[in-house]
Design a protein around this ligand. Structure first.
Ligand SMILES: C[S@@+](CC[C@H](N)C(=O)[O-])C[C@H]1O[C@@H](n2cnc3c(N)ncnc32)[C@H](O)[C@@H]1O
Length: 448
């Protein structure tokens, strides 16, 4: 792997950089790691070993074909590069206690969002945003698999969030960058790397931070990260931020072996991940507290939900009395009651792509359940299920015929290892597969 000479030269003075071992690490394959969805699965696969800086991350001894694992489709885990899981340490160290509104600003495909959702305190709301439209669809699908009721997805430019002054208690900016930290995973990116692109990325990173600044409340937590090694996109951005805005840098008391703390000219602190020092890819992360005053958006008082659909929804939703719902264009969305004012504000000011869990439509007195409900942790455990083995699960996910042993008729939740994959409707001598067409597996499931 021939790394850009200009990049290597620029790193010579960086804390923790060792040219020889850095180059040797680039001759090795990138480790494979997953993070478990704590609401769906708590047991790691056999032979997995823990990622040192997170409770739910594990290295796998080799890379399986994830598409052929029904648990991957059920949202039991997310395949995520290990270094970036360090975000969990900063969140658990610096997030306040409860009822937070947290924004993941540059969120697709959703690795950080699924992590943030796992560690948010009770009654919190995660807004995962992605500016590029098709990527926001992938983000929404990954969060649908994650199955939570406390996550929304928006598709907006960072400056649109200025309509929500002081709205968020924490903002994570996992910024678009020159990507040198991921060369091992994506060697094709090496030829696209240039000094000019690093400079362009740095300008864009500053613009994104300046645009999102008013949406963070006073005393709010700002986390900035990149998968670049370049100082211009890392320490220099921290110093640019602290010279333009009122922030207090935050530092951790203790670090896992191999993680390198870096200090900037203006007294800021960041954490660097080098692939020869940790089992993970290149990554940079830092945290700040906003010390400037900020105006705060006033949320509207909303009329109370009359809950007239409650008896129709209760067979489908576990503990229905804990939730509320809103109806938009015939679709019902399950929300936590404490999030309805935020839902109102976000749908008024932004393009809201996903909110809580889409339950489905009502046809008379019958709910036509949506795929989101099948993957949700809120689905009622007394919903009729159709448990399947791996082979049948893959055929279901490919929308092929499969052997089944159904009792009863009507809507049933196809489950693998106790986790929902999607709906079928069982008829007297066949069943209808309700897996949405664009969710189906495309690869050949037989050759593997
Ligand atoms: C490093 S990736 C995010 C990865 C994601 N946080 C994860 O962990 O899965 C950066 C994201 O920023 C988005 N992006 C690109 N230009 C942007 C801009 N001008 N403002 C905000 N986001 C942008 C990209 O589309 C990309 O999805």
């Amino acid at each position: 792997m021939q790394l850009p000479d200009s990049l290597l030269q620029s790193l010579a003075e960086e804390a923790g950089f060792d040219r020889k071992s850095f180059l040797e690490a680039h001759a090795l394959p990138a480790p494979v790691s997953i993070r478990l969805n704590s609401l769906k699965k708590t047991e790691p696969p056999a032979a997995a070993t823990p990622v040192p800086w997170t409770a739910t991350g594990f290295y796998l001894p080799e890379r399986p074909v994830f598409t052929l694992d029904p648990l991957f489709h059920a949202g039991a885990y997310y395949v995520q590069e290990a270094s970036s899981m360090f975000l969990e340490r900063l969140l658990t160290a610096f997030l306040p206690d409860e009822g937070l509104r947290v924004l993941d600003l540059c969120a697709a495909p959703g690795g950080k969002s699924t992590l943030i959702a796992n560690v948010l305190p009770e009654e919190s709301l995660l807004v995962a945003n992605e500016v590029i439209r098709p990527r926001s669809g992938v983000l929404a699908d990954n969060l649908t698999k994650w199955g939570r009721t406390d996550t929304f997805v928006t598709n907006n430019d960072p400056r649109d969030f200025q309509r929500l002054p002081g709205f968020f208690d924490a903002v994570v900016v996992d910024a678009p960058c020159s990507g040198s930290g991921l060369f091992r995973k994506d060697p094709a990116a090496i030829s696209e790397w240039s000094d000019d692109n690093v400079a362009l990325c740095a300008q864009r990173q500053q613009r994104i931070l300046a645009d999102i600044w008013p949406a963070l409340r006073e005393d709010g937590l700002l986390i900035y990260s990149t998968c670049s090694y370049s100082r211009a996109e890392n320490e220099a951005i921290l110093d640019w931020l602290s010279s333009h805005f009122s922030v207090e840098p935050l530092a951790l008391d203790q670090l896992p072996t191999g993680v390198v703390e870096t200090h900037t000219a203006r007294g800021n602190t960041g954490y660097r991940f080098w692939p020869d020092k940790v089992q993970g890819e290149g990554f940079f992360i830092a945290a700040f507290r906003k010390t400037a005053q900020e105006a705060e958006l006033r949320l509207r008082n909303l009329p109370k939900n009359k809950r007239k659909e409650e008896s129709l929804f209760s067979p489908w939703i576990a503990d229905v009395s804990d939730y509320t719902w809103v109806e938009k264009n015939g679709d019902y969305f399950l929300l936590q009651p404490e999030h309805t004012a935020a839902f109102d504000a976000l749908s008024q000011h932004l393009y809201l792509r996903k909110a809580g869990v889409r339950l489905g439509k009502l046809a008379g007195k019958e709910l036509l359940p949506d795929h989101e409900l099948a993957l949700s942790v809120a689905v009622n455990t007394s919903v009729p299920t159709l448990p399947v083995d791996r082979d049948a699960a893959l055929r279901y996910l490919k929308r092929e015929e499969f052997d089944y042993d159904a009792t009863g008729r009507g809507w049933q939740l196809v489950t693998f290892d106790g986790l929902g994959l999607g709906w079928v409707k069982v008829l007297p001598n066949r069943l209808n597969n309700y897996l949405p067409k664009d969710w189906r597996i495309l690869m050949d499931i037989r050759e593997n």
